[in-house]
Design a binder for this molecule. Structure first.
Ligand SMILES: NC(=O)c1ccc[n+]([C@@H]2O[C@H](COP(=O)([O-])OP(=O)(O)OC[C@H]3O[C@@H](n4cnc5c(N)ncnc54)[C@H](OP(=O)(O)O)[C@@H]3O)[C@@H](O)[C@H]2O)c1
Length: 211
């Protein structure tokens, strides 16, 4: 079973974006970026791989999951195929068809769909975000890697957008950089899954499944 890892940047007060969706609080340069490119190369968009000397096969992730609003940020900037080196799934009930052959649109319930995806062979699955998708997929998240920018922004889109319930985390590693950026890697401790959630994780015959 491969892991679903929510790898995400946020502020010290826990926001992944400003209320308007912008992420201009993220430190644009510094030693942390070189380190992240080395440790998590697949999470850099395809068009930036050259600038960060990223080459070669994927090591950690081979799949990325995006909510439609997260995908839309790149789309609005002209990037229809942001992570061409990964299998890309965009969850949406509003998009009629994919703007790009490499992007698979998923309009069915994300939970059973991703439960099947996790059982397929391969590298880990990167849950890119945003908060809405992360909230829906909360019961399936195995690890959380939080990149905390040393800033408070007061309001915005939080790590999770709704009632996720509670989880205990085991800290696997943490790293602090001189510029104040920190990286914390947690494993979610297994929780009791209630009857309703367990049933919703069993794909129904009509549910679409990953190819
Ligand atoms: N800091 C970071 O590392 C980071 C990472 C990722 C994203 N972000 C930011 O997060 C913001 C977007 O986050 P968000 O929470 O607003 O939105 P989101 O999770 O990216 O996308 C929400 C959309 O996903 C689709 N969706 C949600 N639940 C679904 C379900 N059950 N079935 C099918 N589709 C479903 C819907 O699309 P439709 O409306 O099309 O139906 C919904 O509007 C952006 O501003 C982005 O910049 C930041």
């Amino acid at each position: 079973m491969r892991d679903l890892i929510y790898y995400v940047a946020c502020t010290v007060d826990g926001f992944i974006a400003r209320p308007d969706g912008s992420v201009d609080f993220a430190l644009p340069e510094g030693e942390h970026l070189t380190d992240l490119a080395r440790s998590f190369p697949e999470t850099f968009p395809t068009h930036l791989r050259g600038a960060f000397n990223i080459a070669g096969p994927n090591r950690l992730f081979d799949t990325v999951l995006m909510g439609r609003k997260t995908y839309q940020v790149g789309l609005d900037a002209g990037f229809t195929n942001p992570y061409g080196h990964l299998r890309q799934y965009v969850f949406s009930r509003s998009l009629a068809r994919s703007p790009e052959p490499n992007i698979e649109l998923v309009s069915s319930d994300p939970l059973p769909f991703v439960a099947v995806l996790k059982r397929q062979p391969g590298l880990n699955i990167w849950l890119c975000g945003g908060a809405e998708l992360a909230t829906v997929l909360f019961p399936l998240i195995d690890e959380l890697i939080v990149k905390v920018n040393p800033v408070l922004i007061g309001s915005g889109i939080p790590l999770f957008s709704g009632g996720t319930g509670q989880a205990h985390l085991t800290l696997l590693s943490t790293k602090a950089y001189e510029n104040g950026f920190t990286l914390s890697h947690y494993r979610v401790k297994p929780l009791h899954i209630d009857h309703h959630t367990r049933n919703s994780l069993s794909p129904s015959p009509s549910a679409s499944s990953p190819k």
